[in-house]
Design a binder for this molecule. Structure first.
Ligand code: DSN
Length: 422
């Protein structure tokens, strides 16, 4: 990135410059296991922090409500064409500011207030935008839930089919934020069809795996597919809606003017860059390595005596079940952070602790894989976690791990030439 921008940033606001640099150093020195975080490429960061943020471009390519949009049209059209090709979709809307916005837009486009949705329980791995009572969707629609089987930790499709038959929803949602197993979308289509429902696949977590051919693609089966661009896909903050041509007009209208005003053109340019990167052969290698690394970490955690929900993982994340431990998910995550490992606490299915305290951890491999770590490092991380979470390890023990973590991280630099304080 051009130094002139860093120099002027630091000259004008050294406090922000210093805080940005502090977080750059944190990102470099810590092991990031949050499965929804990643390190976007310098090209993505450059587009995201660019002059395009200066422009209003309400509307869509060829039909804008502002003048001066000729370059905006080119940028947005490239993003649309690339993401359609990447996933094999009929239609793409690349304007949603976030995954929650994308989901609300899909509801706004395809449902009436009061319509029924069947989605996955949040504490079983769903997502709050799929209709928890405190969320807009929970207030506007009649939401009924399915979960995972208590014995297997997996979704039981027969059970889902029964719930769908009983509730006769207008929409079924598949996907969430903490499900460690492969989703086979064909039977979900059949379940939705059994009651004439629409099928929405929220693949925010696994979009990169799908684009890299490391997970089945929902496009042939779902009416609408939503995802964020910053998780396994490794792009900028933002989201996308893909849909069948029949829903294109309704989806576009729901995003603008239904829900949003001016699109974030800097982010849309960065999404276009990200989609180009995702078309490269090395992106497939990256996605395969994410899965290999998650499998190695899961195996390492099992060796260390941890229980994993469903026994392991097929994708980029796993759920460590701490229900029978004396410490909570929150305590475990805090102790890991003290040791230089950032992992998020998460409810586990049938959790007896609150959503704020939790009985689980949700480690994932996208960020560590981006920086070049492989199975050997994943096994080492599992060992560090096992020691760090113990109360008896104490601050001294965790400080020792933190130093070892920092040394390992130094071998895998993230943005070697970046410095916000120059
Ligand atoms: N907050 C995201 C996650 O961490 O999975 C989902 O929106």
């Amino acid at each position: 990135m051009s130094d002139i921008f860093h120099r002027s940033l630091n000259a004008i606001d050294p406090e922000i410059g210093a805080l940005m640099n502090a977080d750059l150093k944190r990102q470099q020195d810590q092991i990031v296991l949050i499965p929804s975080e990643n390190y976007a490429s310098p090209a993505v960061l450059l587009a995201q922090g660019s002059v395009l943020g200066n422009k209003y471009a309400e509307g869509y390519p060829g039909k804008r409500y502002y003048n001066g949009c000729e370059h905006m049209d080119g940028i947005e059209q490239l993003a649309i064409d690339r993401v359609k090709a990447l996933f094999g979709a009929d239609h793409a809307n690349v304007q949603p500011h976030s995954g929650s916005q994308a989901n609300v837009a899909a509801f706004l486009a395809l449902l009436e207030p009061g319509d029924r949705i069947v989605s996955m329980k949040l504490d079983h791995g769903g997502h709050l935008s799929h209709g928890i009572p405190a969320n807009l969707a929970g207030k506007l629609y009649d939401v009924q839930f399915y979960g995972v089987n208590q014995e297997t930790g997996r979704i039981d499709l027969n059970e889902v089919a029964d719930i769908v038959k009983r509730h006769q929803p207008k929409m079924v949602i598949v996907g969430g934020s903490a499900y460690p197993r492969t989703l086979d979308f064909k039977p979900w289509r059949e379940i939705a069809d059994s009651v004439g429902a629409l099928l929405l696949a929220d693949v925010a977590h696994i979009a990169g795996l799908i684009a890299g051919d490391a997970h089945p693609n929902p496009i042939p089966y779902a009416d609408v597919v939503t995802f964020t661009t910053h998780k396994t896909l490794r792009g900028p903050r933002g989201a996308v809606i893909l849909c069948k041509e029949a829903h294109a007009e309704a989806i576009d209208k729901a995003i603008f003017p239904g829900l949003q005003g001016g699109p974030f053109m800097q982010s849309i340019a960065a999404r276009a860059v990200n989609f180009k990167e995702a078309m490269e052969p090395e992106f497939k290698t990256y996605q395969r390595q994410i899965i290999a690394n998650a499998a190695a970490m899961a195996a390492g955690l099992v060796v260390e005596g941890f229980d994993l929900i469903s026994g392991g993982t097929d994708n980029h994340l796993m759920l460590v079940d701490l229900s029978e431990r004396a410490y909570s998910g929150r305590q475990a995550a805090d102790r890991c952070e003290e040791a230089g490992i950032v992992v998020n606490r998460n409810t586990v299915p049938f959790d007896r602790r609150s959503a704020f305290i939790t009985s689980g951890l949700r480690p994932g491999s996208p960020a560590t894989t981006t920086r070049g770590m492989k199975e050997t490092e994943m096994r080492q991380i599992a060992k560090w976690i096992a020691v760090a979470v113990q109360k008896d390890t104490g601050s001294k023990g965790r400080a020792k791990i933190k130093e070892e973590v920092r040394e390992m991280c130094a071998r895998f630099p993230i943005y070697p030439d970046l410095d916000y304080t120059v």
